[in-house]
Design a protein. Structure first.
Length: 245
């Protein structure tokens, strides 16, 4: 699953990369502040590119909420949904059946631009976090779905069965986020896709050679440690994992 991300790129870099504009320039300072670790269960505000306005970067709340809720019901819904993963991830295999996703999959797809994300490796009962980033340090496009609640966007990151690289690292859940290359990122927001087209994009294997993955500090998973710091993305070597990675 994908419950932890980072976004350290300036908004201008995201604008240039995805050919979009920040929807409100007054938000630029806020979203230009590097966030080295965002824990999905705190439901942070993140930038998304929504299908309805595919020319903008807009703020969204991580954790999708049914579109029959009101803005005052968002936080109570998150408390209720925490046992189901808080709406942070959606299984791509279920997008046409799930009660929330099926209302979004045709007209409310989105891209979530991040600088990287974290996944756990399980070894003898211990969890070791790994950081994934683009080898050329470019922003990564994650595929998602969203709803609009009054004036708020709420979104989920789609996941799929793990590729060999992700299966080796995320070895307990064997899942990975749906990553989009440049062409598929553009196509993902097209209004002309049918169900077959969408499934085809979801099933594309992202080239593993474009990614870098390495172990980082276990402070990432500690509620007692401050993890939103630059060093959280630094490589940490573990003796326990010697011979595995």
């Amino acid at each position: 699953m994908c419950f932890h991300t980072s976004q350290t790129k300036k908004t201008t870099e995201l604008e240039n990369r995805f050919d979009v504009k920040l929807v409100d320039d007054s938000m630029r300072n806020y979203f230009d502040t590097p966030r080295y670790h965002m824990n999905g269960f705190s439901h942070p505000n993140m930038l998304v590119i929504p299908q309805e306005r595919s020319d903008v970067l807009a703020p969204g709340i991580w954790g999708i909420v049914p579109n029959n809720k009101t803005k005052d019901e968002i936080k109570p819904y998150f408390k209720e949904a925490v046992k189901y993963g808080g709406g942070l991830n959606g299984r791509s295999e279920k997008v046409f059946q799930h009660f929330i996703y099926r209302t979004s999959i045709m007209e409310n797809r989105c891209i979530i631009p991040v600088s990287g994300f974290y996944e756990p490796h399980d070894h003898k009962g211990g969890k070791f976090p790994f950081y994934f980033k683009d080898k050329d340090d470019m922003p990564i496009a994650l595929a998602g779905l969203y709803t609009v609640i009054d004036t708020f966007i709420t979104f989920t990151i789609l996941t799929k069965k793990a590729s060999p690289l992700f299966a080796k690292i995320h070895n307990k859940k064997n899942r990975q986020p749906v990553l989009l290359n440049q062409d598929n990122a553009h196509n993902w927001l097209s209004t002309d896709l049918n169900e077959s087209d969408i499934k085809e994009i979801l099933n594309v294997t992202y080239p593993e050679e474009k990614l870098e993955a390495y172990s980082v500090s276990r402070d990432l998973f500690s509620p007692k440690k401050e993890s939103n710091i630059p060093s959280i993305t630094d490589k940490v070597t573990y003796e326990e994992l010697a011979g595995i990675f």
